[in-house]
Design a binder for this molecule. Sequence first.
Ligand SMILES: [Zn+2]
Length: 427
Amino acid sequence: MMADSMPPMLLLPVDAAERIEAWGANWGLFDVRLDPTEDLAVVCGIWRREDLRWPARAKWLTGHYLRYAGERSRVGTWYHTDAALYGLHQAALARSLAVAPSALRDAVLGGWRIPPTDRSMPVMTWASDVNGNPVWSVWWVSHDSAVPGLMEVVSDSSPLSYLGGAWPVDELGSVSAVVIGVGSIGSVVSETLADYAVGRLVLVDPDRLLQHNLVRHRLGPRDLGRLKVRAMRDLLKERHPDLEVEAHPLDVIFEADQVRPLLSGVDVIVGATDGVASRRVVNHLARRAGVPAILACVLENGALGEIIRVRPGSGCLLCYRSRLDAEGALDPEPELDQEYGLGSPPLPMTAVAGDLAAVGTLAAKAAVSTVLESRGRWAQRLPGDVAVVGLQPVPGLPQPFDVERSSEVRWVDLGPSKSGCLTCAAP
Ligand SMILES: [Zn+2]
């Protein structure tokens, strides 16, 4: 018979699944929190038969919305069955078919309990497949029918583990990156570095999340008023439980002495601060620490994004700006302080969140590529050390800022160290 409607999906923490498999009992009870509007249920506790309840534990369950939002709990029964029932479940699920409850009763290895009410109750079954691996399924059973449902046994393993050999996850797991400035660009940089499997992030920013930040920041209203570095650490850990995150509410200009030791021995620094002075300080500290740095910002009232990579042995931000100045190109940095600046009302917001995210994502990509290239992965080398990104291009800007198309990315050379540069000079 056709199932009347799709029953709820069921999530089972792997810890509970393994405990049941190890018990050696043929049946037991379990309870779920159920959200009827989402048709979703999560297993919260398991019993060996009916005499020992064990709470289901998992890191992902701690943060799951149903832990607090589920409307009611319902008790179900789990059974150890023969493997043929799993095959029947898969076939019936694919065709949206219900079966008679007797099909389950005949397959369980003892202790069949008839559902006590006309309401459908969840019945989890597990069996060993031909390779001896456990396979799980759920049925929603009433007096007259058993409807197969979707079920997932959920582990706490990092989502990055699913990338397998497609990306050097293990290699990047030992990489440390510092993000200085965790605002609209830096929050995207942090998230993207974590998504790229960088194993350790050090976040540096003294500011708190204010209402006017929300339109452009990865953090949301639930973190209003918090220090950005701490709220960002929590957000990152939620998505990447194995990620190591340090949160330092420090000002890179006024507390440079405390920032300096955080930079020694790291693999890459990303500077995503507002303002000319702080970018110059990041440029200087990175050079002194002998660590490559990626500086990311938005210029000309949001017209352009700019990414500058400063590596030991190359020129630096100051050398590059001074060369542009000598060539008659604009010095765009004063704009940073006047317009982009603190971003606090009544100063206008000059760039939109999507454009800032594009720059942040590219900056994180450049940071990861820089690390991978330095470890011999030549395919990860960048086309240049400076990228100018067209966001809301305006005509008439001098080279190299004269990109005229949205989404155009122009890579140019940074150039050599300039004699007399105090940052590039040996200390
Ligand atoms: Zn220099």
